[in-house]
Design a protein around this ligand. Structure first.
Ligand SMILES: Cc1ncc(COP(=O)(O)O)c(C=O)c1O
Length: 466
């Protein structure tokens, strides 16, 4: 009787009047394989999807990701107001296009570009790196063609500490990846590491400011100096691209004296993720050139779109303008002083967390106090325990829902297992203390019961790439 009633399309089945959680759609499977034949009320559709997403992790507990999980309410409002604006319609939305240009100019200034230059808004650092590396390839090819030399075998030199996007670029765009292996006890690279790999077919060298693995920087000054010497001693003029995906919004505020940007002669292009320490939600990155001439003219597409001549340098076409506007909001709202204050807070809290973790007595911190580093804590177990970093991460997730990744470093440091906590806006001082206690409790539990079962370890994020 009850079943018959529930299946009836009576007033209980009408989602517009039924009490929430008693409408017909809540008794039916959700659409999974094909577009449903009929409609459902907006309230029911919202509730079903909203509830299903409760199974996702809580972004504020996601300490694996570099990506912003909180913005100010005014930024949220600006984003909501502009979700319907297609950024690529420059002619229709000229003010959004103007704001993009302001952001590029401010970043060029922040990165000490010597004069007026150019750049691009992208979906993130991955797109910015693809475009930056394509520019390196195009420029190299033009140089070789002018010299009447072969353009068959371009290569790109970078360390094993780069993000996977660099290898992706090489595979997608037919460039030999010359990857310098890490050393068993050194997780960044310098001039002496790249030197043996560079030749006349090298389109460029990529250096990282704030690696995904430990948050440290390659020796960018050392690489630059080597490339400058090479340029003077031979006819090899090899440009340096700095992948500042995370570091580009950290170094200028925490380490303003440290030279890694266009102050260095061979640095020709820089990418940065607005959605990491630029403090914007996912969906915005930037590419900035040293000089307008670093962007090859034939990578820019001029087209007649919706009646106006427009120039684009992107891999995508349609995309939202909301995150560009959110980036500009942060620039206008925070300025130098605000970004510095935010970064100092993150750094302060990451120091507090590292003290908590060191006090447990089971871990070794990766990096010294006086080293330049992203606001994060990277650490590993310091002895022979009956459990490993993956167990600690799984126990933490099971106990409290913290998402802390555990992963191994790239070759030749693949024997090193690391855990890493990103310290961002939602990890204030008191939560760093709580997290420290939770890590200590996780170790205590593992000491009693031994390592986690293989199936529990599946919960752990085992990649550093976020
Ligand atoms: C050093 C580095 N480069 C590139 C990327 C890719 O950036 P995005 O996620 O903005 O595409 C990341 C992401 O973590 C990174 O850490």
């Amino acid at each position: 009787m009850l079943a018959r009633k529930l299946n009836d399309s009576d007033e209980n089945g009408d989602a517009s009047i039924a009490p929430m959680y008693s409408c017909r759609q809540l008794r039916e499977p959700v659409p999974r394989y094909e577009l449903p034949a009929g409609q459902m009320a907006p309230r029911a559709a919202y509730q079903i999807i909203h509830d299903e997403l409760n199974l996702d992790g809580n972004p504020s507990l996601n300490l694996a990701s570099f990506v912003t999980t909180w913005m100010e309410p005014e930024a949220d409002q600006l984003i909501a107001e502009n979700l319907r604006v297609n950024f690529i319609d420059h002619a229709e939305y000229p003010q959004s296009a103007e704001i993009e240009q302001r952001c590029i100019r401010m970043l060029a200034d922040l990165f000490n570009a010597p004069g007026e230059t150019t750049g691009a808004r992208t979906q993130g650092s991955s797109e910015a790196i693809m475009l930056g590396a394509l520019s390196l390839k195009w420029k190299w090819r033009a140089r070789r063609e002018t010299a009447g030399k072969s353009t068959d075998r371009p290569n790109l030199v970078f360390g094993g500490d780069v993000h996977v996007v660099w290898e992706k670029f090489c595979r997608y765009f037919d460039v030999e990846a010359r990857i310098v292996p890490l050393k068993p006890d050194k997780y960044t690279i310098g001039a002496e590491d790249i030197e043996p790999h560079i030749d006349e077919n090298t389109i460029g060298v990529a250096a990282v400011l704030g690696t995904t693995f430990t948050g440290h920087a390659d020796d960018i000054r050392g690489m630059n100096d080597y490339l400058v010497t090479l340029k003077h001693d031979s006819d090899l003029d090899v440009p340096l691209h700095v992948d500042a995906a995370s570091g580009g919004f950290v170094w200028p505020f925490l380490y303003p004296e440290s030279e890694w940007d266009f102050r260095l002669e061979q640095v020709h292009s820089i990418n940065v993720s607005g959605h990491k320490f630029g403090l914007v939600y996912p969906g915005v990155g930037w590419l900035v050139f040293r000089d307008k001439s670093d962007l090859p003219e034939d990578l820019v597409f001029y087209e007649n779109y919706l009646g106006k001549r427009d120039a684009t340098f992107t891999l995508n076409f349609s995309t939202g303008s909301a995150m560009v506007l959110a980036q500009y909001y942060n620039f206008a709202r925070l300025g130098h002083a605000g970004y510095r204050y935010v970064m100092e807070t993150f750094k302060y809290n990451s120091r507090a967390l590292s003290e908590e973790i060191a006090a447990i007595g089971e871990f070794e911190l990766i990096g010294r106090d006086d080293e330049e580093q992203l606001p994060l804590v990277a650490f590993k177990l310091n002895g022979e325990q009956a459990y490993d970093e993956f167990d600690v991460a799984a126990q933490l997730s099971a106990d409290r829902g913290w998402m802390v990744p555990a992963y191994t470093l790239p070759p030749d440091a693949e024997h090193v297992k690391i855990m890493r906590v990103l310290v961002k806006a939602s990890l204030g001082h008191s939560l760093t203390v709580t997290l420290g206690e939770d890590i200590a409790n996780a170790c205590a539990a593992l000491k009693v019961k031994g390592g986690m079962h293989e199936s529990d370890r599946k919960r752990v994020k085992t990649s550093s790439a976020y």
